[in-house]
Design a protein around this ligand. Structure first.
Ligand code: AMP
Length: 354
């Protein structure tokens, strides 16, 4: 067990790190942030911040020596650098989980081997592969970069085989995956926390609504169409966590389709679709991640209200903070990021309906 008073290292300095640091501080831990940014927003609420590149092994080695346990909140870290960190300090979740989640082909293969349902998909490395994939899977579909995609970036919709040339041209020649379009009723995510003794908890399932590929809101309970699929998706998420020997908070995203839950992607970290848990669940995703990483017992995930809604504050929406707080059931979170660029996640609001 890593006792309160110890130092938790977090690689990455964004809002996820900030909320992890706040949960850790509440339980008496010190947090040391490692990030390349000049003034990472997680650093504002942490005891120590080191500025370093994600592939600077010397700096990562020194960081490892200065903390009692380490975790990460950012996904685009080189898996090799993370494996190096794991050689020098206890690191959770396991780097293998990140390696799989960074690669859409690997994550779909991993989850389908465990019995999960995915959209039909094929690897695409050139335009000929894309034409073959479209012939096999059909249209509509989506071409996605295999790595480094987020918030709908690195994607092209394909509605007819004639779109192949233009879609491939937007991908800059990087390896991709072509997926058949899933006609889904709704999107939802599964958040599970697993401890190193194999115990685990799962959260009530949020329905997630996106605007232009960015999460706009999460609503719990998710409604009957999703709730009917939650049991199968939860069982799969727990199976994935166990197969990875996972320690920490793991997120799987799904489409609720007429055939049942279709796995889309996973994130080996706390997730935007779990921000509602800060006020809406008895133990937040951040606290359960810290508990798991420190070897503490996991906390209760039961809802604290009949209905919980989380809205992201994107770009200049954050300026509406005073209007937001005129609702006494609203809880506002602002990440202290500075410039409110369009689409940038600046904060979120959670409303509880008791
Ligand atoms: P992703 O980056 O994979 O999460 O995709 C971003 C968003 O695009 C998802 O949240 C869905 O709204 C949509 N999307 C992605 N893949 C598919 C698919 N195979 N079928 C239908 N919609 C999809």
């Amino acid at each position: 067990m890593i006792a309160p008073g110890s130092t938790i290292g977090i690689v990455g300095g964004g809002q996820l790190g900030r909320m992890l640091a706040m949960a850790a501080a509440q339980m008496g831990y010190r947090v040391h942030i490692y990030a390349p940014d000049e003034a990472p927003c997680a650093g504002e609420v942490s005891a120590v911040t080191t500025r370093g590149e994600y592939d600077d092994l010397d700096a990562l080695g020194r960081f490892a020596k200065s903390v009692d346990v380490a975790t990460f909140e950012f996904e685009n870290i080189d898996a090799g650098a993370l494996a190096y960190l794991a050689e020098h300090v206890r690191l959770y979740p396991p780097p293998r989980a990140l390696e799989i989640a960074q690669d859409r082909l690997a994550e779909k293969g991993f989850v389908s081997d465990l019995g999960g349902r995915t959209a039909p998909y094929a690897a695409v490395e050139n335009e000929a592969d894309l034409r073959a994939a479209i012939a096999k899977i059909g249209t509509p579909g989506i071409l996605k970069t295999n790595r480094f995609g987020y918030d709908g970036k690195g994607q092209a919709r394909i509605s007819s085989p004639d779109d192949a040339t233009s879609a491939w041209a937007t991908m800059n020649g990087v390896p991709c995956v072509y997926e058949g379009f899933v006609s889904f009723q709704a999107e939802f995510s599964l958040l599970v926390a697993r401890a190193d003794d194999g115990s685990s908890v799962s959260y009530p399932v949020p329905k997630n609504e996106h605007d232009h590929g960015i999460l706009a809101r999460s609503i719990v309970p998710a409604g009957t169409a999703i709730d009917a699929q939650a049991r199968e998706a939860t069982a799969l998420a727990l199976k994935v966590a166990a197969a990875l020997d996972y320690v920490g908070l793991l997120t799987l995203e799904f489409f609720a389709s007429p055939d049942g839950p279709v796995f889309n992607e996973m994130a080996p970290r706390v997730h935007n679709s779990g921000h509602w848990t800060i006020e809406g669940a008895r133990t937040s995703q951040f606290e359960n991640h810290i508990r798991a990483v420190c070897g503490l017992p996991l906390g209760d995930t039961t809802l604290t209200a009949a209905r919980v809604e989380m809205h992201n504050l994107l770009g200049q929406q954050v300026d509406q903070w005073s209007t937001i707080l005129s609702d006494p059931h609203a809880h506002m979170h602002i990440y202290g990021k500075g410039e409110a660029r369009d689409g940038r996640k600046m904060g979120h609001v959670t409303r509880l309906v008791l």
